[in-house]
Structures are given as C-alpha cells and as structure tokens.
Ligand binder design. Structure first.
Ligand SMILES: [Fe+2]
Ligand SMILES: [Fe+2]
Length: 191
C-alpha cells in the first residue's frame, strides 16, 4: 500500500477517535459544571469532523472511488470511555494529542505526500496540522484558567468548515488557516 494511503488511513483513525473522545469529554465537563469547557470540546470535535471529510476526499481521489469512513475506521467506544478522567486531565490529554498531531504526525505525513506528488492529501494534512495547532492553544488556555480556579468566560465559538480552524467571539473576514471567507464559519451552539 502506498505510504500516503497508509497515512490517510492512520489520520482518519486518529481524527475519528479524537472526535468521539471530545464528545465524551464535553459530556464530562458538563457533569462537572464547566459548560464553557464543554462548549470548546464540542466545537473542536466538530472541527475534527472537517478533517475527516477532507482526508476522505483525498483518499477517494487517490483510490479513484468514493471511500466511506465506516469502510476503514471503527471506534472502540468501551476503550474510549475508559480514557475519560476529570476535566483537567481530559484537557491535558487533548493538548498532548493535538501537539503530537501538529509536531509529529501531520508534519511527517505532509512530507510524505509532498514527496509522492499527492497534492490533495498534502493540502488536507497541512490544513489539519495548522488547525490542530490552534486547538492545542485553545485547550491550553482553558486549562490554565481552570487551574487558576478562575471562571472561564462564556463566548461565541466558530469553526471553519473548510479547515477546522476555531475562533472565539466572531469569525475572521478571511480564515487564517485556509484563506476562505467568513461565510464558511459555523457557530457552535452552547448547550
Ligand atoms: Fe484537533
Ligand atoms: Fe479555514
């Protein structure tokens, strides 16, 4: 199997786990009375679904037929449930995962795709890598505030539906990660 196909499958698996795990972390944050942190987990979970969409498109282009997520990924719910700890530890776990993806995984995958001339995959990895960096920063910000026992401000959160970038308060005119306009940003409900 080509290295790029292998990388796309690994990325799809990682993103699927992150997406589901963040939903669980959001639920836990709600139970612990941190609805603002639940809101961020919900937003980032949605952002990971954008990466899944982009990677699937890249895989379909390479393989020349439409690939469905269920054909390649199955998330082990029971295993994930065991990963749910308290919200501070969940945030730390999320930060570690995002940093690994940014600094190691996607960096290497991007190089591999570039060396094989697989432009669509390269772009998909590159957008995900830049967005994961933002995710790590936002989770870190919330964890710092939580550790100081300060109240996290409730704010509007928007996600770019092209690249999975996350922004507070209002969407930027031009997305700093993918250069698309603010119409592509979706507001994530606070619940
Ligand atoms: Fe992420
Ligand atoms: Fe974007």
């Amino acid at each position: 199997m080509s290295i790029v196909i292998e990388n796309l499958k690994e990325a799809l698996n990682g993103e699927s786990i992150a997406k589901r795990k963040y939903e669980m972390y959001a639920q836990k944050a709600k139970e612990e009375n941190h609805p603002e942190i639940a809101h961020l987990f919900k937003a980032v979970s949605f952002a990971e679904s954008i990466h899944i969409k982009n990677h699937l498109r890249a895989l379909s282009v390479i393989q020349g037929s439409e690939i469905k997520l269920n054909d390649i990924v199955s998330v082990n719910e029971a295993e994930l449930k065991q990963k749910v700890k308290d919200t501070a530890l969940n945030l730390q776990d999320a930060i570690d995962g995002e940093i690994y993806e940014t600094k190691k995984m996607y960096k290497q995958f991007e190089k591999n795709a570039s060396s094989k001339g697989q432009d669509v995959a390269e772009l998909s990895f590159s957008l995900a890598r830049d967005a994961e960096k933002v995710h790590a920063e936002l989770f870190s910000k919330y964890l710092k505030t939580l550790k100081k026992e300060k109240k996290i401000k409730k704010q509007k959160i928007y996600v770019c539906q092209i690249c999975g970038n996350v922004e507070f308060n209002e969407p930027p005119e031009i997305c700093p990660v993918c250069d698309h306009s603010k119409e592509f940003y979706k507001e994530i409900n606070f619940d």
